[in-house]
Design a protein. Sequence first.
Length: 362
Amino acid sequence: MKALALLAASLVACQPGGAAGVDAAATIDGRPATDAAAADAGPAIDATAPPPRDVTFFVVADTHADPPPSDDLRPIARAIDAVARTGVWPASIGGMATGFTGGPIAAPSGVVFVGDITGWGTAPTEIGTFRRWFERGSGADSIDHRSYVGLGNHDLDDADRGPTLGAAYRAMYWAYVDGRHAGPNAPVPVTSFDPASHAYSWDVGGVHLVQTHRFPGDRNYGLASSLDFLRADLAAHAADGRPVVVFHHYGMDAFGTQDRWWTAAQRAAYREVLRGYHVAAIFAGHSHGAMQYQWEGLRVFQANNAKAEITTGNRDGNGSFAIVRITDDRLEVVTCRWLDDTGRFELIAPFYSGPASTGPAP
């Protein structure tokens, strides 16, 4: 409890003037001047219409923050800030046309983490490392954007700890999530927060986003299922047909669907909750590989691990993250790989450009 307490403690619109000096009887092309001016101005603008949708966010997986001292997350943090300042949506990647709308990559409305924010689940030390790099305002090293925290198995499992210590560390992780997002005065406030499952949702520019941590419906270690929250949240905030994006750690690829992570029955229950909503995308991590595929008619994008894996793991070199843009009619995703710890990056495959919505999920 002492460690938990210490963690919590650290934690004029110009309106046109009147037509003075204009003769009320003046005409233009035989029409009263006021009528002609109105006609020439074009159709009336509906002030109640929503602005065009154009939402950008980044998705980061498997940062695996280590106990301090640890500087191996500097490259990904620097790349996140650099691409938001200087990045441009590329017309082609590897000689293939991307189909992107183009233009500068906007600063993200948020950076969404899809689990395994720490490497060993040692909450008292590793959460501090994560905060150093990815909690805006925590210090000179941190990214300059809002972070939306999601937890994975490396954060929550007992690992080689006994159940008492494992439970204490899990409580610290959940306290960190709650401290970041629960309540109207949270540092990163959200639209809805479920205290029982720690799942939450938020809205940006007409897009509804939901964070469900390891997976929707997780009951491991006595956690309350988030499916009731997800069901009620979508009914309350996405019934108007707006794009929905769901985030969780486990994916639907061959590795992510092993029964030790979550079962076919759990995935089926989750899929049923999504029926009828305009699910633009699902984002996951866990498998340490950037990939995209269809699951039950829905688009799934998995972000690669953020750290380099040169002689360990999948041995695919430097880490990367996903850049996502949703407009009125397009969903665009590109992979951003960091090159060094000074902020240099490259935009690489896999990438995706397609319709923002494929219709209500069947």
